[in-house]
Each structure stands twice: as C-alpha cells, then as structure tokens.
Design a protein around this ligand. Structure first.
Ligand code: NDP
Length: 272
C-alpha cells in the first residue's frame, strides 16, 4: 500500500470539520486552517495558512468563492474546491489554476455534514478526474473536464429542491387555512412527488426534441389551474408570490402559442 498523501482542509465550518474528521478516520495526515479560532477536529493539526498550503492536497470548504480566492497561491499542488459557487467562478479558478501549475478539482457536496463518509454523500465533480480524496467523503461522480459542470449540476438540482420546498410550504399554508395539520397532509405530498417524478423523463425528452404534442394535459388547462391556485391562496389571505410567478411564466408560454402543447413547452420562454 502506498503512502497516503498529506491533506489540508481550509475552513472549519460545519462541512469543513466533517471533511477533516472523515480524512482522519481514513488514516490521512490532516492539517487544518480556519480564519478564526475554532477547535481543530480530533486527530488534525492546526497550522498557519502558508504551512497548510504545502500539503499534497488542499481541500477548501469556505462560505463563498469570494472569501476563498484571496487565500489561494501557486504554492498549492492540488486544489480540491468544495466551496459552493457559480459555474463561472469555478471556470475562473480553473483558469487561475492552469496558469499557476495547480491541479484543480471542483466538487459539490449533495449531502449534509452528518452524511460525510457514508455512501449517501454524493459528490459531483469536474475539472481534473483525480477523485482520490473525494472517495473518503462519499460517492464521487465525475461529470467532465469543464470545471464549471459540478457547480452547474449543483445549482440546477438545488433549484429543483427549492421549488419543491416552496411549493410544499405554500401547500401547508393552504391546507392549514382549513385546519389540516402537516402530519395529516405530508403523506399525500410525498406520494404525489413520486407520481410527479415519473413525468420528468418524458418532459425532458420533449424539451430536447422540441416536439410538444400532447394527449395528456395541455398548457391551457394548467394555466387555468395555476390561476385557481393563485386565487385560492389569495382568498385565504396568503402570500401568492410562488403560484403567481408560475402562473405568469406559464401564461407567457400560452401567449407565445403553446396553449395546446404540453407543459414542457414552457422551456421555450425560459430559454428566451
Ligand atoms: P459554515 O458557515 O459552517 O462555515 C463557513 C466557513 O467559511 C468557516 O470556516 C468560516 O470561517 C469561513 N469563512 C467565512 N468568511 C470567511 C472569510 N472572509 N475568510 C476566511 N474564511 C471565511 O458553512 P458550511 O461549513 O456549512 O459550508 C461551507 C461550504 O460548504 C459552503 O460553500 C456550502 O455551500 C457548502 N455546503 C454545505 C453544506 C451543509 O449542509 N452545511 C452542504 C453542501 C455544501 P470562520 O469560522 O472564521 O467564520
């Protein structure tokens, strides 16, 4: 068995601490650095930033790319970025890394700190294909050479999640106006999400082919439904931002001539 690489973790927030602990558990020699004085996870060694950058691999897990960028120097050998950011921020860091002889892996963690080190922690990554250290954190999935891909998938998937959460909270407020408890309603919502998920592959295919003929449900009827949903929320004195935004988006697709088409045709408006 070869000698394990030395690894530094920059950032001892909730996620960075979990990453450092997972590395220690797998027998790595782990150096940590944090801006302010936070306790170093058991088994790690706290050093200065300059010393931390000398490890074979530097893992960053800070709040944003903006606070991270000034910390990076060409002294780094391999940079594994796990700080969330936009695809363009990842690509800019990749260009900086290439210009400075730094190997660059850009990853996103689709999990919470408590899942780090288990197969439930899916790590999407792009840029360099070396996933040596990422395997310690969870299940790495390589997306491609374009360093921006991981951030792109991350934000796209979080967008799905936030839309579902927004819809769910709106639904709880609506049924709650009639005294229905979350405990009573939530099983209906989770069953419904299973059904809704089955529509996605066909919908995705339609957006790819641009063929929106449907014998299932036309956009027209969905615009009417969204109008009813917006009115129902308004009648109960609830905020209507979420249903109204969807109604307005779908209605724009209807006005653009997609009324008889499937819901997938809304992507034509989104793409402009
Ligand atoms: P925390 O808020 O717990 O930690 C933030 C870290 O960033 C701390 O180490 C903090 O240092 C550091 N930091 C903030 N500002 C600066 C600065 N100006 N200079 C240097 N360091 C700074 O965040 P998390 O650990 O939860 O998240 C870290 C990253 O992981 C984020 O990009 C997040 O999106 C991502 N992530 C988090 C998940 C989660 O469930 N927590 C899930 C998936 C991804 P200090 O202690 O000194 O303030």
């Amino acid at each position: 068995m070869g000698i394990k690489k030395t690894v530094s973790v920059l950032g001892l927030g909730r996620m960075g601490s979990a990453l450092a602990t997972a590395l220690v558990d797998q027998g790595y020699d782990v150096t940590v650095w944090n801006r302010t004085d936070k306790p170093a996870p058991a088994g790690t060694t706290r050093k200065t930033l300059e010393e931390a950058l000398d490890s074979d691999v530097v893992v960053t897990c800070l709040s944003t790319h903006d606070v991270q960028q000034p910390l990076l120097t060409g002294r780094i050998k391999t940079l594994v970025n796990l700080t969330s950011g936009t695809p363009e921020q990842a690509r800019a860091t990749a260009r900086w890394a290439a210009a400075n002889g730094v190997e660059y892996v850009d990853g996103v963690i689709m999990a919470v700190p408590q899942q780090i080190g288990t197969p439930q922690a899916r790590i999407l990554f792009s840029g360099s294909e070396d996933h040596h250290v990422l395997q310690v954190f969870g299940e790495p999935v390589y997306l491609g050479e374009d360093a921006g891909l991981a951030a792109l998938y991350d934000l796209a998937l979080l967008g799905v999640m936030w839309s579902v959460f927004g819809g769910y909270l709106q639904a709880l407020a609506l049924v709650g106006s009639a005294g229905v408890t979350p405990e009573r309603f939530t099983p209906f919502a989770t069953d419904w999400l299973d059904v809704v998920g089955t529509f996605l592959p066909e919908m995705g295919e339609e957006t790819h082919s641009g063929r929106y003929e449907t014998d299932v449900s036309a956009l027209d009827i969905n615009v009417s439904g969204l109008r009813l949903l917006t009115e129902a929320n308004g009648e109960q004195g609830l905020d209507t931002t979420v249903p109204r935004a969807l109604h307005d988006l779908f209605e724009r697709a209807q006005r653009a001539g997609h009324g008889a088409h499937s819901i997938a045709s809304v992507i034509e408006v989104i793409r402009k």
